[in-house]
Design a binder for this molecule. Sequence first.
Ligand code: F6R
Length: 235
Amino acid sequence: MATMITDRIKEKPNSVICLASGDTLKLALRKVVDKATQQQIDFSAVQFIGLDEWIGITAETHGSCADFFNKYIFLPLGIPNNNFHLFNGTAIDLEKECKKMDEIILRLGGIDLMVVGIGINGHIGFNEPGISTSLKSHVAELQETTQSVGQKYFNSTQILKEGITLGFQHLIDSKEVILMASGVAKAQIIQKTILGEISEVVPATVIRKHPNALILIDEEAASSIAEKERIRFNS
Ligand code: F6R
């Protein structure tokens, strides 16, 4: 996965890359940073977009998406401020914040690569079950599951009722998408994402409509997919 990202940057040094935060991406980004450092890959022209942010959480709060991006990619690679674009979860005018992000993406010529995770309820970003697939940036009410699972990122209990997120229209328009999942906690939702009906009930199934998408999972995340299905899916 790290190689896929660094290869894209070698091919197109001014790539526009959208990243999710979270545990799944943590390991992957560590590898990207190692590879970039070892091979002296030039990231100076890459433009990064943050997939989402918790509403009401400042960028400086340990556990915010901004804090994650800073820690795991921007600071280690010395990415200049002008080259990353993150939602401000404490903006007074959130609609304006959404519009601003949509305009930035448009101005940059669209997203080349999105690297995302998946929630146990099937969300990508904060696109929760039932969400329309034609939305761009928007504010989302978060399901109970997302609110409680999200506490794992923080040192103290936070109110996580809403999120600001890129929408599925961005995912559909992105030139390439990689969805990653690891661990047994993701096994059931991965089974539904890959083999279930494509529907907003499991938002991540939208990825199967994308002509250039890859679902990268480990053995544990694949453990609810029966052997015969694996063969069918691979062939
Ligand atoms: C975070 C995000 C979320 C996570 C998902 C998986 O920016 O967009 O959709 O990708 O909740 O989180 P982890 O990787 O922590 O299991």
